[in-house]
Design a protein around this ligand. Structure first.
Ligand SMILES: NC(=O)c1ccc[n+]([C@@H]2O[C@H](COP(=O)([O-])OP(=O)(O)OC[C@H]3O[C@@H](n4cnc5c(N)ncnc54)[C@H](O)[C@@H]3O)[C@@H](O)[C@H]2O)c1
Ligand SMILES: O=C(O)[C@H](O)CO
Length: 391
């Protein structure tokens, strides 16, 4: 018998029972659910990561939909429990869904939602922050100040890397990778090289059409060197040429340990590596060894291979900056993620069609208007044969 799990209940007489495994920022998501006849139960357990058993206890005998978190293991057991309870809707409060076994969801006919777009700029800004912090050794310098070690300006004190004129490499130039690339090119006049399995028209449109010709002319007129860009034909080309490399692919079989010992060895000795995607994209044990052997190589990590843990040795290294998976943590974004996750579940319960473009979810985020009668983003819509909304 599973232990009962503590909950907070909203709109107890609502027709549809919806569970949120965590409290989420903002109140719009709560209001949208209760205004649409949902009884909302929010798990208030103190522990951060719920087990499969905890979530089965939350689902109970009747449950129409669940909003879950990327820390949870959504596989066969949970989807069969949800299906037994009559539920056909699940949404991660995240764009990444590597914690979800989509085949198992398909088997039980459960729609799987995610939250694209609303976190693109916020996540790219954190990658840019880590890039600057690593290049200019901000965390080390902060620790030095607080330790009372500063006794006057010195020519060699915390000398780092200048970004202007260097090359930024982006691996995985989707929504977030492209936004980060734009920030680094536009903001710091860096040259760009990117690698993705597909041509990133989103990024190329920006650099070729809207930005670089006029910006290049402007720089030239001011006696500066115009920035350049290219799509690499292999990931190794990026590793060899770039001074800063930021990882933004999805985590799947093709990207597990994408950056390993051999690939680290291909990077410049003074390169900077940023990871705001998923921890297992880097072989973290190999990274620790590389950082030890190459003190001028620096990393900025938001995600870790065995979250919430770090591989032994990482925490002691001065050339590593580590933050606890906060890349999407701006108020606007987290409230928007909660809204999209709730609307994914609500829309499926209501039988709405799936929104025509998961890259354009703004209409769902307008607080002054009713959201469209559509489901913002369902990753297995095709497999389940769900109808799509037209504009
Ligand atoms: N740290 C955080 O808090 C945080 C926040 C948001 C997203 N993320 C992670 O970032 C990922 C990307 O999000 P997005 O919205 O930009 O997704 P996206 O789908 O727009 O972009 C992912 C890109 O990765 C590319 N890709 C896939 N396999 C590849 C490979 N083997 N080599 C090179 N490129 C490859 C895809 O073609 C795509 O362009 C998410 O899946 C999530 O895991 C993390
Ligand atoms: O995939 C995601 O959305 C993040 O990791 C959480 O913001």
């Amino acid at each position: 018998m599973a232990k009962p799990v503590s909950i907070e209940v909203w709109n107890p007489n609502g027709k549809y029972r919806v569970i949120s495994t965590k409290s989420m920022p903002g109140t719009r998501w709560i209001n949208l659910l209760i205004q649409n006849d949902c009884r909302l139960e929010i798990c208030t357990e103190k522990k951060t990561i719920l087990s499969v058993e905890d979530i089965i206890a939350l689902i109970g005998d009747k449950c129409d939909g669940v909003i879950g978190q990327l820390t949870e293991d959504w596989g066969e057991e949970l989807f069969s429990a949800l299906s037994r309870a009559g539920g056909k809707a699940f949404s991660n409060m995240a764009v990444g869904y590597n914690n979800v076994n989509v085949d198992a969801a398909n088997k039980y006919g459960v729609a799987v939602g995610n939250t694209p777009g609303v976190l693109t700029e916020t996540t790219a800004e954190l990658a840019a922050s880590l890039s600057l912090a690593a290049a200019r050794r901000i965390v080390e310098a902060d620790e030095f100040m607080r330790a009372g070690l500063y006794d006057g300006w010195l020519p060699h004190l915390f000398v780092g890397n200048l970004l202007k004129g260097q090359t930024v490499g982006v691996i995985g130039a989707g929504r977030i990778g492209s936004a980060y690339a734009r920030m680094m090119v536009e903001g710091f006049k860096m040259n760009l090289i990117y690698f993705d399995l597909y041509q990133s028209t989103r990024l190329e449109k920006f650099v070729t059409g809207m930005f670089l010709p006029t910006y290049g002319a402007f720089l030239k007129a001011n006696g500066e060197t115009p920035v350049t860009w290219k799509r690499a034909s292999s990931m190794d080309e990026v590793l060899q040429e770039a001074d800063i490399i930021s990882l933004h692919p999805v985590l799947d079989k093709t990207t597990y340990h994408l950056v390993n010992k051999e690939r680290l060895a291909k990077m410049k000795k003074e390169a900077i590596l940023i990871n705001c995607s998923r921890g297992p994209v880097i072989d973290e044990a190999a990274l620790v060894e590389h950082l030890k052997e190459n003190p001028l190589f620096r990393v900025g990590l938001d995600v870790f291979e065995d979250e919430p843990y770090m591989k032994p040795g990482l925490a002691e290294l001065k050339n590593a900056i580590v933050v606890p998976h906060i890349a999407s943590a701006s108020k606007w974004t987290r409230e928007g993620m909660a809204t999209l996750a709730a609307l994914n579940v609500l829309g499926k319960i209501k039988g709405y069609p799936v929104w025509f473009d998961p890259n354009r979810v703004e209409p769902f985020l307008n607080e002054n208007a009713q959201p469209p009668a559509a489901i913002p983003s369902i990753v297995n819509a095709k497999a389940l044969g769900l109808p799509s909304s037209k504009l």
